[in-house]
Design a protein around this ligand. Structure first.
Ligand code: PMV
Length: 330
């Protein structure tokens, strides 16, 4: 089954009647138990589940309208090179929804997060675009269906349609109709995320390629599915009991395990920069001195810190460059 067939089955019978324009905003998300490895490359179907926290106000706002000739993509007010990788990905996604081949879109995105630096910018972008399309074409789809459509753009985008904690069920069906995310009802008002951006230049190897290479060649990958299952279970317990130490240590160990699968891939994949390791060491040092501070890391050199509001000042003293995010400040 390909993407077009999935879209056809979701939109069956819908007659697209676009309105003049539509706009939607969705948050970025950071996985605390990571999605790493696909069972279906075309449909972005994961081998395991994953669990994330959304970044509140930090996300993407996307506005769409019909365009006269050719697609027009603007990012933070600048037009995007039509032959760039970014344009190609966006165009391929929009191809799934054009009422006829010569129907073109204007897509204007304002992103509050660095693009393609492992800070989940594509997740927020595809989620906002999917929700905007739902309004634009009057589909009236449920959030679960929108999550499936957003997944076709980027896997982690399926978790960016909600605030707070979100879990993506991997599903077992071949067409992926049971592979979508759901919010976990919970509000943890004093939880904070710190963004430590060491290098916001474009990453060397895409997460798509890195996942593939890891699944195919890392001898440690076979341990990964069990590890994630345990992480998800522990995170549920941490969230329901607001047990910060359990949350922090589970997220950090899950991220390190994911990077262990990459480091042991052939050829090896290392997103770590000297600043990444220095940052990790500072976190461990602070923790040895009694500060409850943890990190997680995605497919890029940056670290995301996890801590409680009461420690914001100490964290800022250690990392003056940190951007502190309150996930519930919308
Ligand atoms: O959705 P993608 O293809 O950008 O992959 C995201 C992979 C990680 O960020 C490393 C993990 C995750 O679950 O977000």
């Amino acid at each position: 089954m390909n993407k077009a067939a999935v879209v056809a089955s979701i939109l069956a019978g819908e007659i697209p009647t676009p309105i003049s324009h539509a706009i939607a905003t969705e948050p970025a998300n950071i996985a605390l138990a990571k999605y790493w490895g696909k069972r279906n490359e075309e449909l972005n179907l994961p081998i395991t589940g994953s669990l994330s926290i959304s970044l509140g106000k930090y996300g993407a706002t996307t506005e769409i309208a019909q365009h006269s000739a050719g697609d027009l993509f603007l990012l933070n007010g600048n037009s995007i090179e039509p032959n760039s990788e970014f344009s190609t990905r966006l165009k391929l996604f929009l191809d799934l929804f054009r009422p006829y081949p010569e129907f073109y879109f204007t897509v204007k995105t304002q992103s509050k997060i660095p693009i393609a630096a492992g800070v989940a910018s594509s997740a927020a972008g595809f989620a906002a675009l999917t929700r905007a399309l739902n309004v634009f074409f009057g589909w009236n789809l449920t959030d679960s269906m929108l999550s499936i459509l957003a997944r076709l753009g980027s896997g982690s985008a399926c978790r960016s349609l909600w605030h707070g904690f979100v879990e993506w069920q991997p599903g077992t069906q071949e067409d992926g109709m049971d592979s979508f995310a759901k919010p976990i009802p919970s509000e943890w008002r004093d939880l904070r995320i710190g963004l430590l951006l060491f290098n916001i230049e474009k990453k060397a190897i895409s997460s798509r390629k890195a996942m593939q290479q890891t699944v195919l060649s890392s001898p440690f990958y076979r341990e990964w599915p069990q590890h994630v299952a345990k992480s998800i279970q522990a995170l549920h317990q941490a969230i329901s009991q607001q047990d910060f130490i359990l949350l922090g240590k589970t997220a950090e160990s899950n991220a390190l395990a994911m990077h262990a699968t990459m480091l042991t891939a052939d050829p090896t994949i290392c997103y770590w920069q000297p600043e990444t390791v220095t940052g990790m060491q500072k976190v461990w040092h602070a923790r040895n001195n009694g500060l409850p501070l943890y990190f997680t890391q995605d497919a890029g050199p940056n670290l995301k810190l996890l801590f409680l509001q009461e420690h914001s000042h100490v964290v800022k003293d250690i990392f003056p460059e940190v951007t502190i995010i309150d996930p519930w400040d919308l």
